[in-house]
Design a protein around this ligand. Sequence first.
Ligand SMILES: [Zn+2]
Length: 269
Amino acid sequence: MGNGEFTLLGRAFIRGNILALTGLHIGAGSGALAIGGMDNPVVRDPLTNRPYIPGSSLRGKMRSLLERSQGLVSDQRIGRDVKIHVCQDENGYRECDVCHVFGVPAQSWSSQTRLLVRDTHLNGDSARRLEEAKTDLPYTEAKWEVAIDRVTSAATPRQMERVPAGAVFGPMEMSFAFYEAKDVQRFGLVLRAMRLLEEDYLGGQGARGSGRVEFQGLSISCRAGDNWDEIPRWSPEAGAEGFTLPQLMGKPGATERLEGWLASCLHLA
Ligand SMILES: [Zn+2]
């Protein structure tokens, strides 16, 4: 079945920046060309050579953490560091908010992925500061670590490339499509997954302290149906903007107020 049966009610956008509170290692995978013989290179934008956060990495980790928090079994590997769950039949899918939000691979039943996460690039200011700092490699630091072979106990020194703590990636954008009234509640899962990510880590080497991130300067805006204009941003305080997640969602009743605002933007209320 095609997507013709889905009518887009509108979209909401979560925008902001991602601050690396500790060094960040998002691996480029084994196929990538390593600079200077680096064993574990980070993923870089081929045009600018700057490290970036692929939307798929951010989205995959958010999904995986949300699933774990809901007791779902994540048994399908995507990338080196992340496993996700995928509903295998339509009955399961119908009840599964995670698969509605994050999608399922092409299936025999019709489905529509709600959440799109764009790649987030190093912001201009951080890029400039890292250029001036003359890091080990362009924009990154190389950390030596010792890998112990479990069979032979031999210690092998390896180099691990990380974007230094303090780097800011932005602008970040997540776009959420609404197809039915229930999606208003599902939107909250995205914010919950972002919070779970802050409490966990992004990329590799989390057990060694890498990948602690914080979302900053967040805003939520909404656009109904085929309108071009986004309606004024949702804000927990009148006139204020640019929030952290706790500022945005931490106040009592914030979820209900956000849902009411989305419903009215989408003309569901
Ligand atoms: Zn599912």
